[in-house]
Design a protein around this ligand. Structure first.
Ligand code: UDP
Length: 315
């Protein structure tokens, strides 16, 4: 069994990773400074003897005693609203935090998987996005703090691999949703579901004709685990190619939550990508036939259920 450190382990994806590793019998060290992570996401994991939580900021030196077999570097704000509010922390965790995580991997001779993003493609001129596309990013726009931090993360990761021979893996994560997203993180999934459940209008930005492709978190986690133990350095896109417009997505959420909400059109944020869809040909081939299994209806139903419970707790 492996000893695995997860940075951002109290976040949305990080907490699902911690849980999956613990269920497989591994030892998990979860590091999180709780800036956008939440102790509630991991409270059910404290019963595992093999689980440790360290409240630490990965942008500072990370000290872990003993050996490590693997590191999953998932610490970062990930919602456009969050990184607009936390631009410097977002840049620091993608750069200094990644440097520390890679340094730790080198010192412990551990393999490391780093979380990159479809945002490295910016507002893409190639559709769907393949891993060999270099992207169309505005470095000085509001989203640049996240996009460039993640592009730096990829460059630094390859430098550690080439210079120090560290066993690195890069994943480019496309829009992912599921339980444990923060209710007020500003992303489209929690926004629309909470609005629909409260009977408030759904805030569609622009005309709602921009597209996204949504992947359920369990499908993502399965791909991440396969990538960690695979021989492929990446980058590998992981996501669900089921693309739709944001207006269609709003209508789907109104339907599944049996809501009477209407649509409220709001201004489109600056640099909002017009299209996004992962080409997952590479993932399928290098991750042993991996592909998303959870349908949008199934995934949204369990996510709606989660937000119903959260809203009931805060009522
Ligand atoms: N969006 C929206 N209403 C909201 C939140 C987001 O129409 O209340 C749109 C946003 O403009 C973008 C898409 O939904 O086109 C996805 O936004 P999100 O913040 O989830 O992440 P992104 O994919 O842009 O990184």
């Amino acid at each position: 069994m492996a000893r695995i450190l997860v940075t951002g382990g109290a976040g949305f994806i990080g907490s699902h990773l911690c849980e999956r590793f613990l269920k497989e019998g591994h030892e998990v060290i979860c590091v999180d400074n709780l800036l956008t992570g939440d102790r509630d996401n991991i409270s059910h994991l404290f019963g595992y003897r093999n689980f440790t939580f360290l409240e630490q900021d990965v942008t500072h030196y990370v000290y872990v005693s003993g050996d490590l077999d693997a590191i999953m570097h998932f610490a970062s704000p990930a919602s456009p609203v969050d990184y607009l509010e936390l631009p410097i922390q977002t840049l620091k965790v993608g750069s200094l935090g990644t440097h520390n995580a890679l340094g730790l991997a080198k010192a412990k001779n551990a393999r490391i998987l780093v979380a990159s993003t479809s945002e490295v493609y910016g507002d893409p001129l190639i559709h769907p996005q393949t891993e060999d596309y270099w992207g169309n990013v505005n470095p000085i726009g509001p989203r640049g703090v996240y996009d460039e931090a993640k592009r730096f993360l990829e460059a630094m990761t390859m430098a550690y691999h080439r210079t120090h021979g560290v066993q690195t893996r890069i994943v480019r994560i496309f829009n992912t949703y599921g339980p444990r997203m923060r209710m007020r993180d500003g992303r489209v999934v929690p926004n629309f579901i909470c609005q629909a459940l409260k009977g408030e209008p759904l805030t569609v930005y622009g005309e709602g004709d921009q597209t996204r492709s949504f992947c359920y978190v369990d499908d993502l986690v399965e791909g991440l685990i396969r990538l960690l133990w695979s021989d492929d350095l990446g980058p590998v896109n992981i996501g669900n190619p089921n693309e739709m417009t944001i207006l269609q997505f709003a209508e789907k959420i109104i339907e599944l939550s049996e809501s009477t909400s209407t649509i409220d059109y709001r201004p489109l944020p600056e640099d909002d990508p017009k299209v996004r869809q992962p080409d997952i040909t590479k993932a399928k081939s290098v991750l042993g036939g991996w592909e998303p299994k959870v349908s949008l209806d199934q995934g949204l139903r369990s996510t709606i259920e989660y937000f119903k419970q959260r809203l009931a707790m805060t009522a």
